[in-house]
Design a protein around this ligand. Structure first.
Ligand SMILES: N#Cc1ccccc1Cn1ccc2ccc(-c3cc(N)[nH]n3)cc21
Length: 250
């Protein structure tokens, strides 16, 4: 997968050099290119914003620098052999970013991120590029950030961990489903590791039993408990088999 990011804060994307995404790049699973939008400005102040038509607070990012930047980034990507780009636009007014969307994006060959600042980007930029590729306007939550770069880091990490070979042999994202019933849409339950006793607190006995069926059932029940308590809205989306009492521990 190729990722391009156009931003006025390229240094904000330095975390893409480390940890999981950094390893995916080192393994050649991810090809990341970060571009400074101001490289496509020609005035002394490298201006990228102007006052909003119709008045109102703040500034709006101008069409021209984005148009020239995206034309160049797309031309370079095609030249390098990439294909089927999708524009990913972080915005508070976008579609909620979910695991389902992360899976959808992880199956694409090329993502071009346009994290904005100020009050966003002139709408005509997205109208223009929507004639050439899918444009995903994406919100990472119901709160307002000062810009889209943090959202790019979040989306990139959620997508990169789904790429083949990135999570190593664990491929732990595949644990999202298991028989009987599925764990999809259930919150993760509690996890434990050594020591077996810490400040008088012990490990649930079933986890030390070595009985894989009992352990799987205990984990499903804990996930159901956690989901019911914290995100009851997800329960209706669960596979009914996840509630299967017949194989519940007697
Ligand atoms: N746009 C806008 C905007 C509109 C009103 C007030 C402040 C902003 C700031 N802003 C500029 C770029 C940008 C990108 C993404 C987010 C963003 C995403 C989520 N999920 N929350 N916030 C915010 C962003």
């Amino acid at each position: 997968m190729r990722l391009d990011v156009v931003t006025i804060f390229p240094e904000y994307l330095e975390p893409l050099d480390v940890s999981l995404v950094g390893k995916a790049r080192a393994r050649g699973r991810l090809d990341v290119h970060v571009h400074d939008l101001r490289a496509w400005t020609y005035d002394r102040h490298h201006t990228v914003d102007d006052t909003p038509y119709g008045g109102g607070p703040g500034m709006v990012m101008m069409t021209e620098p984005w148009g020239e930047a995206l034309d160049t980034v797309l031309a370079d990507g095609y030249e390098a052999g990439s294909h089927e780009p999708a524009l990913i636009v972080p915005t508070p007014s976008g579609r909620p970013f979910t695991q389902e969307m992360a899976v959808e994006l992880s199956e694409r060959p090329w993502l071009v991120f346009t994290p904005a600042r100020y009050e966003g980007i002139d709408r005509r930029v997205f109208d223009e590029y929507a004639t050439r590729m899918p444009v995903y306007e994406v919100s990472i939550g119901d709160y307002v950030l000062a810009g889209g770069e943090a959202a790019v880091l979040v989306i990139t990490e959620a997508v990169a961990r789904l790429l083949p070979g990135v999570l190593g042999n664990a491929e732990s994202h595949r644990d999202d489903s298991f028989a009987p019933g599925t764990m999809a849409n259930l919150l993760e339950g509690p996890v434990y590791t050594k020591p077996p006793r810490w400040r008088g607190r012990e490990i649930p006995e079933v986890l030390l039993s070595g009985h894989h069926g009992k352990i799987a059932r205990w984990r499903r029940d804990e996930a159901l408990k956690r989901t019911t308590a914290v995100r009851p809205d997800l329960i209706e989306r669960c596979d009914p088999k996840a509630f299967d009492k017949k194989d519940r521990e007697t």
